[in-house]
Design a binder for this molecule. Structure first.
Ligand code: BTN
Length: 326
Protein backbone atom coordinates (compact mmCIF):
# COMPACT_ATOMS: atom_id res chain seq x y z
CA UNK A 1 0.00 0.00 0.00
CA UNK A 2 1.34 3.48 -0.84
CA UNK A 3 1.98 6.14 1.82
CA UNK A 4 -1.07 8.19 0.74
CA UNK A 5 -3.28 5.09 0.82
CA UNK A 6 -2.05 4.28 4.31
CA UNK A 7 -2.64 7.84 5.56
CA UNK A 8 -6.17 7.95 4.11
CA UNK A 9 -6.98 4.57 5.59
CA UNK A 10 -5.79 5.63 9.05
CA UNK A 11 -7.72 8.93 8.87
CA UNK A 12 -10.87 7.18 7.77
CA UNK A 13 -10.84 4.50 10.48
CA UNK A 14 -14.02 4.89 12.54
CA UNK A 15 -12.37 4.43 15.93
CA UNK A 16 -9.78 7.11 15.23
CA UNK A 17 -11.42 10.50 14.63
CA UNK A 18 -7.97 12.12 14.73
CA UNK A 19 -4.58 10.52 14.17
CA UNK A 20 -1.38 12.07 15.45
CA UNK A 21 1.51 12.82 13.14
CA UNK A 22 3.77 10.88 15.52
CA UNK A 23 1.57 7.77 15.19
CA UNK A 24 1.51 8.00 11.38
CA UNK A 25 5.26 8.56 11.29
CA UNK A 26 5.78 5.48 13.50
CA UNK A 27 3.45 3.28 11.40
CA UNK A 28 5.02 4.32 8.12
CA UNK A 29 8.62 4.68 9.21
CA UNK A 30 9.00 8.16 7.75
CA UNK A 31 9.53 11.59 9.40
CA UNK A 32 6.68 13.79 10.63
CA UNK A 33 7.80 16.39 8.08
CA UNK A 34 7.32 13.80 5.31
CA UNK A 35 3.81 13.02 6.64
CA UNK A 36 3.01 16.74 6.63
CA UNK A 37 4.15 17.00 2.99
CA UNK A 38 1.83 14.12 1.99
CA UNK A 39 -1.08 15.74 3.90
CA UNK A 40 -0.49 18.98 1.97
CA UNK A 41 -0.53 17.02 -1.30
CA UNK A 42 -3.83 15.34 -0.35
CA UNK A 43 -5.29 18.76 0.53
CA UNK A 44 -4.31 20.08 -2.88
CA UNK A 45 -6.38 17.22 -4.36
CA UNK A 46 -9.44 18.38 -2.42
CA UNK A 47 -9.28 16.29 0.77
CA UNK A 48 -10.21 18.62 3.63
CA UNK A 49 -7.86 17.59 6.42
CA UNK A 50 -7.83 19.48 9.71
CA UNK A 51 -4.56 19.63 11.67
CA UNK A 52 -4.58 20.29 15.41
CA UNK A 53 -1.33 20.47 17.40
CA UNK A 54 -2.78 18.35 20.23
CA UNK A 55 -4.90 15.75 18.49
CA UNK A 56 -3.33 15.41 15.07
CA UNK A 57 -5.01 15.06 11.70
CA UNK A 58 -8.74 14.71 11.09
CA UNK A 59 -10.38 13.99 7.72
CA UNK A 60 -13.38 16.32 7.34
CA UNK A 61 -14.51 15.86 3.75
CA UNK A 62 -13.41 13.95 0.70
CA UNK A 63 -13.75 15.19 -2.87
CA UNK A 64 -15.81 13.28 -5.42
CA UNK A 65 -12.78 12.57 -7.55
CA UNK A 66 -11.23 9.21 -8.24
CA UNK A 67 -7.80 8.94 -6.67
CA UNK A 68 -5.82 5.73 -7.05
CA UNK A 69 -4.43 5.77 -3.49
CA UNK A 70 -7.85 6.48 -2.01
CA UNK A 71 -9.34 3.58 -3.98
CA UNK A 72 -6.48 1.26 -2.98
CA UNK A 73 -7.05 2.05 0.66
CA UNK A 74 -10.82 1.55 0.35
CA UNK A 75 -10.53 -1.78 -1.46
CA UNK A 76 -7.94 -3.40 0.83
CA UNK A 77 -7.72 -6.19 1.77
CA UNK A 78 -8.30 -7.99 -1.54
CA UNK A 79 -6.88 -11.04 -3.24
CA UNK A 80 -6.64 -10.15 -6.93
CA UNK A 81 -9.03 -7.49 -8.21
CA UNK A 82 -7.75 -4.02 -7.33
CA UNK A 83 -4.24 -4.85 -6.22
CA UNK A 84 -3.06 -2.26 -8.76
CA UNK A 85 -5.36 0.70 -9.50
CA UNK A 86 -4.69 3.44 -12.04
CA UNK A 87 -6.81 6.52 -12.69
CA UNK A 88 -6.74 8.60 -15.87
CA UNK A 89 -8.44 11.93 -16.37
CA UNK A 90 -9.35 11.03 -19.96
CA UNK A 91 -8.90 7.95 -22.15
CA UNK A 92 -10.27 6.64 -25.42
CA UNK A 93 -11.68 3.43 -23.91
CA UNK A 94 -10.45 1.96 -20.61
CA UNK A 95 -10.87 -1.52 -22.19
CA UNK A 96 -8.25 -0.58 -24.79
CA UNK A 97 -5.86 0.77 -22.11
CA UNK A 98 -6.15 -2.47 -20.13
CA UNK A 99 -5.80 -4.63 -23.23
CA UNK A 100 -2.50 -2.86 -23.94
CA UNK A 101 -1.37 -3.46 -20.33
CA UNK A 102 -2.28 -7.14 -20.74
CA UNK A 103 -0.18 -7.45 -23.89
CA UNK A 104 2.70 -5.75 -22.04
CA UNK A 105 2.55 -8.57 -19.46
CA UNK A 106 0.98 -6.70 -16.51
CA UNK A 107 -0.34 -9.20 -13.89
CA UNK A 108 -4.08 -9.79 -13.48
CA UNK A 109 -6.04 -7.66 -11.06
CA UNK A 110 -5.05 -4.24 -12.41
CA UNK A 111 -7.99 -1.84 -12.67
CA UNK A 112 -8.01 1.27 -14.87
CA UNK A 113 -10.54 4.06 -14.23
CA UNK A 114 -11.11 7.10 -16.43
CA UNK A 115 -12.95 10.22 -15.32
CA UNK A 116 -14.17 10.44 -18.91
CA UNK A 117 -13.83 8.35 -22.08
CA UNK A 118 -13.75 9.85 -25.56
CA UNK A 119 -14.40 6.50 -27.27
CA UNK A 120 -16.30 4.49 -24.65
CA UNK A 121 -17.48 1.22 -26.21
CA UNK A 122 -20.67 -0.70 -25.51
CA UNK A 123 -21.73 -4.18 -26.62
CA UNK A 124 -22.53 -4.98 -30.24
CA UNK A 125 -20.36 -2.13 -31.56
CA UNK A 126 -22.36 0.59 -29.84
CA UNK A 127 -20.77 3.63 -28.23
CA UNK A 128 -20.99 4.25 -24.46
CA UNK A 129 -21.68 7.71 -23.13
CA UNK A 130 -19.14 8.54 -20.38
CA UNK A 131 -19.56 12.14 -19.12
CA UNK A 132 -16.75 13.46 -16.90
CA UNK A 133 -16.97 12.65 -13.16
CA UNK A 134 -20.60 11.51 -13.43
CA UNK A 135 -20.09 7.79 -13.50
CA UNK A 136 -17.70 4.92 -13.01
CA UNK A 137 -15.97 3.93 -16.24
CA UNK A 138 -13.39 1.26 -15.60
CA UNK A 139 -11.83 -1.99 -16.78
CA UNK A 140 -10.32 -4.96 -14.97
CA UNK A 141 -7.65 -7.34 -16.27
CA UNK A 142 -8.13 -11.06 -15.47
CA UNK A 143 -6.08 -14.07 -16.52
CA UNK A 144 -8.38 -16.93 -15.50
CA UNK A 145 -7.52 -20.56 -15.92
CA UNK A 146 -10.63 -21.25 -18.03
CA UNK A 147 -11.47 -22.47 -21.49
CA UNK A 148 -12.71 -19.75 -23.89
CA UNK A 149 -16.29 -21.09 -23.85
CA UNK A 150 -16.43 -20.41 -20.10
CA UNK A 151 -15.58 -16.71 -20.43
CA UNK A 152 -19.28 -15.91 -19.96
CA UNK A 153 -18.78 -16.96 -16.32
CA UNK A 154 -16.78 -13.76 -15.81
CA UNK A 155 -19.49 -11.56 -17.31
CA UNK A 156 -22.12 -13.24 -15.15
CA UNK A 157 -19.86 -12.76 -12.10
CA UNK A 158 -19.36 -9.09 -12.94
CA UNK A 159 -23.10 -8.48 -13.33
CA UNK A 160 -23.77 -10.23 -10.02
CA UNK A 161 -21.02 -8.26 -8.27
CA UNK A 162 -22.26 -4.91 -9.63
CA UNK A 163 -25.86 -5.70 -8.64
CA UNK A 164 -24.80 -6.78 -5.15
CA UNK A 165 -22.66 -3.67 -4.67
CA UNK A 166 -25.46 -1.35 -5.83
CA UNK A 167 -27.94 -3.03 -3.51
CA UNK A 168 -25.66 -2.70 -0.49
CA UNK A 169 -24.53 0.82 -1.33
CA UNK A 170 -27.71 2.62 -2.33
CA UNK A 171 -30.47 0.30 -1.14
CA UNK A 172 -31.88 -0.06 -4.65
CA UNK A 173 -33.24 -3.29 -6.08
CA UNK A 174 -31.28 -3.95 -9.29
CA UNK A 175 -32.39 -6.52 -11.82
CA UNK A 176 -30.13 -8.22 -14.34
CA UNK A 177 -31.17 -8.42 -17.96
CA UNK A 178 -29.32 -11.22 -19.74
CA UNK A 179 -26.50 -11.24 -20.39
CA UNK A 180 -25.18 -8.27 -18.47
CA UNK A 181 -27.36 -5.18 -18.29
CA UNK A 182 -28.07 -3.90 -14.80
CA UNK A 183 -31.49 -2.30 -14.57
CA UNK A 184 -32.87 -0.11 -11.82
CA UNK A 185 -36.64 0.48 -11.91
CA UNK A 186 -36.65 -1.20 -15.33
CA UNK A 187 -34.08 1.14 -16.91
CA UNK A 188 -30.45 0.45 -17.68
CA UNK A 189 -28.03 1.87 -15.09
CA UNK A 190 -24.91 -0.16 -15.84
CA UNK A 191 -23.43 -2.37 -18.52
CA UNK A 192 -20.53 -4.75 -18.94
CA UNK A 193 -18.32 -5.26 -21.98
CA UNK A 194 -16.13 -8.37 -21.94
CA UNK A 195 -13.19 -8.42 -24.36
CA UNK A 196 -11.56 -11.80 -24.69
CA UNK A 197 -8.12 -12.78 -25.93
CA UNK A 198 -7.89 -16.55 -26.30
CA UNK A 199 -6.16 -19.48 -27.99
CA UNK A 200 -8.23 -22.45 -29.12
CA UNK A 201 -8.24 -24.16 -25.72
CA UNK A 202 -7.37 -21.49 -23.16
CA UNK A 203 -8.01 -17.88 -22.29
CA UNK A 204 -4.96 -15.60 -22.51
CA UNK A 205 -6.65 -12.68 -20.82
CA UNK A 206 -10.03 -11.08 -20.33
CA UNK A 207 -10.80 -7.38 -20.02
CA UNK A 208 -13.99 -6.74 -18.05
CA UNK A 209 -15.21 -3.23 -18.84
CA UNK A 210 -17.82 -1.86 -16.47
CA UNK A 211 -19.82 1.33 -16.90
CA UNK A 212 -22.08 2.54 -14.08
CA UNK A 213 -24.25 5.63 -14.43
CA UNK A 214 -23.83 7.10 -10.95
CA UNK A 215 -24.55 10.85 -10.80
CA UNK A 216 -25.80 11.54 -14.33
CA UNK A 217 -28.73 13.93 -14.65
CA UNK A 218 -31.38 13.40 -17.36
CA UNK A 219 -29.64 15.81 -19.74
CA UNK A 220 -26.34 13.93 -19.44
CA UNK A 221 -27.99 11.03 -21.29
CA UNK A 222 -28.35 11.24 -25.07
CA UNK A 223 -32.02 12.00 -25.97
CA UNK A 224 -32.53 8.57 -27.59
CA UNK A 225 -31.57 6.84 -24.31
CA UNK A 226 -33.61 8.92 -21.85
CA UNK A 227 -36.59 6.54 -21.88
CA UNK A 228 -34.53 3.39 -21.44
CA UNK A 229 -31.55 4.45 -19.30
CA UNK A 230 -31.18 5.88 -15.82
CA UNK A 231 -28.55 6.65 -13.19
CA UNK A 232 -28.28 5.92 -9.50
CA UNK A 233 -28.91 9.59 -8.79
CA UNK A 234 -32.02 9.71 -11.01
CA UNK A 235 -33.33 6.53 -9.36
CA UNK A 236 -32.68 7.57 -5.74
CA UNK A 237 -33.00 11.36 -5.93
CA UNK A 238 -29.55 12.02 -4.42
CA UNK A 239 -25.88 12.07 -5.42
CA UNK A 240 -23.46 9.34 -4.40
CA UNK A 241 -19.72 9.34 -3.69
CA UNK A 242 -18.30 7.40 -6.59
CA UNK A 243 -15.13 6.19 -4.85
CA UNK A 244 -17.16 4.33 -2.21
CA UNK A 245 -19.30 2.60 -4.82
CA UNK A 246 -16.20 1.78 -6.92
CA UNK A 247 -14.54 0.16 -3.92
CA UNK A 248 -17.71 -1.81 -3.18
CA UNK A 249 -17.88 -3.16 -6.74
CA UNK A 250 -14.19 -4.12 -6.75
CA UNK A 251 -14.54 -5.94 -3.41
CA UNK A 252 -17.59 -7.87 -4.66
CA UNK A 253 -15.84 -8.69 -7.93
CA UNK A 254 -12.78 -9.91 -6.05
CA UNK A 255 -15.05 -12.19 -4.00
CA UNK A 256 -16.80 -13.55 -7.11
CA UNK A 257 -13.50 -14.08 -8.92
CA UNK A 258 -12.34 -16.12 -5.92
CA UNK A 259 -15.51 -18.22 -6.23
CA UNK A 260 -14.73 -18.86 -9.90
CA UNK A 261 -11.16 -19.90 -9.05
CA UNK A 262 -12.58 -22.29 -6.44
CA UNK A 263 -14.88 -23.75 -9.12
CA UNK A 264 -17.94 -22.41 -7.35
CA UNK A 265 -19.53 -20.78 -10.39
CA UNK A 266 -22.88 -22.56 -9.68
CA UNK A 267 -23.20 -20.41 -6.52
CA UNK A 268 -22.80 -17.25 -8.61
CA UNK A 269 -25.19 -18.55 -11.25
CA UNK A 270 -27.85 -19.19 -8.59
CA UNK A 271 -27.46 -15.63 -7.26
CA UNK A 272 -27.55 -14.28 -10.81
CA UNK A 273 -30.73 -16.24 -11.64
CA UNK A 274 -32.47 -14.92 -8.53
CA UNK A 275 -32.02 -11.34 -9.79
CA UNK A 276 -32.50 -11.98 -13.48
CA UNK A 277 -35.60 -10.35 -14.93
CA UNK A 278 -35.11 -12.28 -18.22
CA UNK A 279 -35.67 -15.83 -16.94
CA UNK A 280 -39.22 -17.06 -17.42
CA UNK A 281 -39.94 -14.34 -20.01
CA UNK A 282 -40.94 -14.72 -23.61
CA UNK A 283 -38.19 -12.99 -25.56
CA UNK A 284 -36.79 -12.27 -28.97
CA UNK A 285 -33.02 -12.49 -29.27
CA UNK A 286 -31.09 -10.88 -32.11
CA UNK A 287 -27.80 -12.67 -32.68
CA UNK A 288 -25.92 -10.98 -35.48
CA UNK A 289 -28.29 -11.29 -38.46
CA UNK A 290 -30.32 -14.14 -36.88
CA UNK A 291 -33.45 -13.77 -34.74
CA UNK A 292 -34.83 -16.40 -32.37
CA UNK A 293 -38.03 -16.37 -30.33
CA UNK A 294 -38.81 -18.37 -27.23
CA UNK A 295 -38.90 -18.58 -23.45
CA UNK A 296 -35.72 -17.90 -21.44
CA UNK A 297 -35.53 -21.02 -19.26
CA UNK A 298 -32.23 -21.05 -17.38
CA UNK A 299 -28.46 -20.55 -17.44
CA UNK A 300 -26.11 -23.45 -18.10
CA UNK A 301 -22.85 -24.04 -16.25
CA UNK A 302 -20.87 -21.81 -18.63
CA UNK A 303 -23.26 -18.88 -18.20
CA UNK A 304 -25.03 -19.34 -21.55
CA UNK A 305 -28.80 -18.76 -21.74
CA UNK A 306 -30.99 -21.79 -22.46
CA UNK A 307 -33.89 -20.71 -24.63
CA UNK A 308 -36.93 -22.94 -25.28
CA UNK A 309 -37.70 -21.85 -28.83
CA UNK A 310 -41.22 -21.54 -30.18
CA UNK A 311 -40.45 -24.80 -32.05
CA UNK A 312 -39.82 -26.56 -28.73
CA UNK A 313 -36.03 -26.97 -29.05
CA UNK A 314 -33.68 -25.99 -26.26
CA UNK A 315 -31.18 -23.57 -27.78
CA UNK A 316 -27.97 -22.49 -26.05
CA UNK A 317 -27.37 -18.76 -26.58
CA UNK A 318 -23.91 -17.31 -25.92
CA UNK A 319 -24.63 -13.64 -26.67
CA UNK A 320 -27.09 -11.31 -28.32
CA UNK A 321 -29.61 -8.57 -27.80
CA UNK A 322 -32.66 -9.59 -25.76
CA UNK A 323 -36.01 -7.90 -26.31
CA UNK A 324 -38.94 -8.81 -24.05
CA UNK A 325 -42.01 -9.90 -25.98
CA UNK A 326 -44.45 -10.17 -23.09
C1 BTN B 1 -22.95 -2.31 -22.66
O1 BTN B 1 -23.16 -2.10 -23.87
O2 BTN B 1 -23.89 -2.49 -21.89
C2 BTN B 1 -21.53 -2.37 -22.13
C3 BTN B 1 -21.06 -1.03 -21.70
C4 BTN B 1 -19.66 -1.07 -21.11
C5 BTN B 1 -19.13 0.31 -20.84
C6 BTN B 1 -17.80 0.28 -20.11
S1 BTN B 1 -17.30 1.87 -19.54
C7 BTN B 1 -15.73 1.25 -19.15
C8 BTN B 1 -15.34 0.27 -20.24
N1 BTN B 1 -14.67 0.94 -21.33
C9 BTN B 1 -15.39 0.92 -22.45
O3 BTN B 1 -15.06 1.43 -23.53
N2 BTN B 1 -16.53 0.25 -22.24
C10 BTN B 1 -16.63 -0.26 -20.89
Amino acid sequence: MTIDAHILRALRAADAPAVSGAELSRQLGISRAAIWARIEELRSLGYEIEASPHQGYRLRTMPDVLHADDLLSLVAPRQVVGRDIRVFEKTGSTNDVVDKLARDGVPEGVVVFAETQTRGRGRLGRSWCSPARRGLWFSVLLRPNLRPESATQLTVAAATAVARALRGFARVDPQIKWPNDILIQGRKAAGILTDLSAELDHIKHVVLGIGINVNLGATDLPPELRRVATSLRLATGRSHRRADLAAGVLRELDADYARIRQQRFPDIAAEWAAQCSTLGQTVRIDIGGRRVHGRAESLDDTGALLLRTTHGHLERIMGGDVILES
